[in-house]
Design a protein around this ligand. Structure first.
Ligand code: GLU
Length: 300
């Protein structure tokens, strides 16, 4: 693997919808227009045990392929990388600690006024004695957290600008032994030489902690670009229930992948509705500074 890369990293939980595909197109354009490799990573840690993950990953690849997006090998599957996560965890061993808290206990302990997802871990298990830890291990297996000591991390997003956050003691490995999303993503981006992360802006709030973790693992944080999400006509995040939003649904209605690419390109201001375009053509027209900053409202 030579040279820096961009990436697309779907979780194989369902077919990609137009919003996901649009983000993939932007990530591809960003990588290719800057001379980067573009790699695909299947984020199947949550779904590894689900039999459907394999076929779903193949469907997602087929959809990306039918839009004309190409990827540089090798394809990476997170479920093949458990040794790498274990190794990375060891390298942080002097900064990790076992956490026995349930979600509920965390919610109750932290009465911070912001939403549950943004609530920092109150540090309950940081101060356990070894006897207390021993007693709790008998009740439930621990998750592993990293001690962040309230580090403050700033990232500069390509479109949203500067984002600064206090890094919480994030979970690296969940209590069922599964590496946590934030941890696996960072380990893999470093491994794959990914120095440009382009993804949906629902993950913007995770970027500072991921940047911090990359540095703790001895790497450099990538550049970030978070793409505005796609909304339905009622202003909610586009979802399967919004009708024909996947390539399979569209094909059943007689709309081809080629037409879907045109729709996406129109939404990016790169073509008009009647033009047949290829990703290579879009590459010549693409200007990151001109990317629409508002969410795209999809009207079937
Ligand atoms: N696998 C994540 C998702 O499908 C994306 C991870 C990332 O881009 O960092 O939402």
């Amino acid at each position: 693997m030579i040279g820096p890369a961009g990436r697309y990293a779907p979780s194989p939980t369902s077919d990609l919808h137009l919003g996901n595909l649009r983000t993939a197109v932007v990530a591809w354009l960003m990588a290719r227009s800057s001379g980067r490799r573009f790699v695909l990573r299947i984020e199947d840690l949550d779904t590894a045990r689900v039999r459907a993950a394999g076929p779903m990953a193949l469907r997602q690849q087929a959809d990306l392929d039918s839009l004309g997006l190409d990827f540089d090998p090798p394809l990476l599957r997170q479920s093949d990388r458990l040794d790498a996560y274990a190794h990375a965890l060891l390298s942080l061993a002097d900064r990790t600690y076992e956490c026995f808290c349930t979600r509920r206990e965390i919610a109750e302990a932290a009465s911070a006024p912001h939403g549950a997802a943004l609530r920092p871990y109150p540090g309950t298990c940081l101060r356990l004695t070894s006897a207390e830890r021993e007693a709790r291990r008998a009740v439930r297996p621990p998750a592993m957290r990293v001690r962040a000591e309230a580090a403050v991390q700033t990232i500069v997003d390509r479109w949203s600008g500067q984002v600064t956050a206090v890094v919480d003691d994030l979970v690296l490995v969940r209590n069922d032994g599964t590496p946590a999303y934030n941890f696996a993503v960072v380990v893999d981006d470093l491994f794959q030489g990914v120095d440009q992360v382009v993804r949906g802006d629902d993950l913007l709030a995770s970027a500072p902690r991921q940047a911090w973790l990359a540095e703790q693992l001895g790497g450099r944080a990538p550049s970030y670009g978070h793409v505005p999400l796609v909304l339905n006509e009622s202003g909610q995040r586009l979802a399967k229930r919004d009708g024909a939003v996947t390539l399979a649904d569209l094909a059943a209605e007689g709309t081809s992948a080629q037409d879907a690419l045109t729709t996406i390109a129109v939404s990016l201001g790169l073509t008009h509705p009647n033009e047949r375009v290829t990703p290579a053509q879009l590459l010549h027209r693409f200007d990151p500074d001109a990317l629409p900053r508002d969410p795209w409202v999809y009207r079937p």
